[in-house]
Design a binder for this molecule. Structure first.
Ligand SMILES: [Zn+2]
Ligand SMILES: [Zn+2]
Length: 353
């Protein structure tokens, strides 16, 4: 079969003809129908630092969906032909995080004090993922797709799930106001969902180079756009909210200064959700945090429960997730897909083997 291979920690990936993955009794073989490129895949493609924890050589791809083509246990043959989406986390089921339902934070035998990429994050990172014609995954790591959920949306469900997780971590309610910093895939998925929350305003900030993405945010339901490199973004928020400040900031950009911009945009007692990852150290404005009684929460990955909720949301047809697909490429042209992704002019690149 054809597969995309990341051979080492340096930049670059290539397509290779490899043998079909072998499956054990607890596994199923999935004929991949849709996979999507995530920011972390782009980082691996570019050979960015901070990914020494993945296992190379590797088939990347942690967001993918397909059809069960083979089962390891003959007793599971009823699963053949089922449409499924893959949960990329293999949670141990035994640690404190798992007992709390935080399967996105499961480190198995690792220490809960280590804030590292969760050791449960498996497919596309520590084991081969979905950017191939076939992928072997644990039977317990697939969710069945309702008829109403298109395969392309299932192929990016994990990314949408991170946005759902961010909203679940917040205490946002109808009538509240929100700023989404960064119009990347996660930011745009947030807008798609929050557009249905009856917010008093939903502002999206980006750079002038993000114009296409910001315009997309507007069609998805953003009420105001801010070009942060063309004006004072905090001042803009002050004006839009008539001096009140914003209730919630969802920081998805990972830019070093964005966190403090978010703190300044908030009203007293406001909430900042940090989703973007940055390799730079940032200085936190602790006095503003204390005097404003602000809340900051980190948001990382997606739990089993949230993935299921996201699937139900996708199947409901009430959210315009299909608008998040900007490019679709066949597996043979996956590298072109990565180049599209690097342009950062749209939301998601979907790969269809
Ligand atoms: Zn992802
Ligand atoms: Zn666990």
């Amino acid at each position: 079969m054809k597969a995309l291979i990341k051979p080492d920690y340096g930049p670059g990936m290539h397509i290779e003809e490899v043998s079909l993955p072998e499956i054990g009794p607890d596994d199923v073989l999935i004929k991949v129908q849709a996979a999507s490129i995530c920011g972390s895949d782009l980082h691996m493609y570019e050979g960015a630092s901070g990914y020494d924890w993945i296992n190379v050589p590797l088939v990347p791809g942690h967001e993918f969906a397909g059809i069960i083509a083979e089962v390891g246990d003959p007793a599971s043959s009823a699963l053949l032909g089922k449409r499924v989406v893959v949960n990329p986390y293999i949670s141990c089921g035994e640690c404190d995080a798992c007992y709390r339902g935080q399967t996105n934070l499961c480190d198995g035998v690792g220490s809960p004090m280590d804030k590292v990429p969760a050791r449960s994050l498996t497919y596309g990172f520590r084991q081969d993922g979905g950017m191939a014609e076939y992928a072997a995954v644990k039977k317990s790591n697939v969710l069945f797709l309702p008829e109403e959920c298109p395969m392309e949306i299932a192929g990016m469900l994990e990314a949408i799930g991170i946005s759902v997780h961010a909203i679940e971590r917040s205490s946002i309610k109808p009538g509240d106001s929100a700023v989404v910093i960064g119009p990347g895939p996660i930011g745009l998925a947030l807008v798609t969902i929050l557009a249905n929350y009856g917010l008093s305003c939903l502002i999206v900030t980006g750079l002038q180079a993000d114009e296409k993405r910001l315009k997309l945010a507007q069609t998805l339901g953003a009420t105001d756009l801010i070009y942060a490199d063309a004006c004072d973004d905090v001042e803009e928020v002050r004006q839009i909210t008539e001096g009140a400040g914003i209730d919630f900031v969802f920081e998805t950009s990972g830019f070093a200064g964005a966190m403090n911009r978010g703190i300044k945009m908030l009203r007293k007692e406001g909430e900042l959700l940090l989703i973007g990852i940055t390799s730079q150290q940032t200085h936190l404005m602790t006095n503003e945090l204390v005097r404003g009684e602000l809340t900051i929460k980190g948001v990382y990955g997606v739990t089993r429960k949230t993935l299921k909720r996201t699937l139900d949301m996708a199947a409901s047809g009430k959210y315009e997730f299909s608008k998040l697909i900007t490019y679709t490429v066949p597996l043979e042209k996956v590298l072109l897909g990565f180049e599209y992704g690097k342009k950062r002019d749209g939301a998601k690149v979907i790969i269809k083997p």
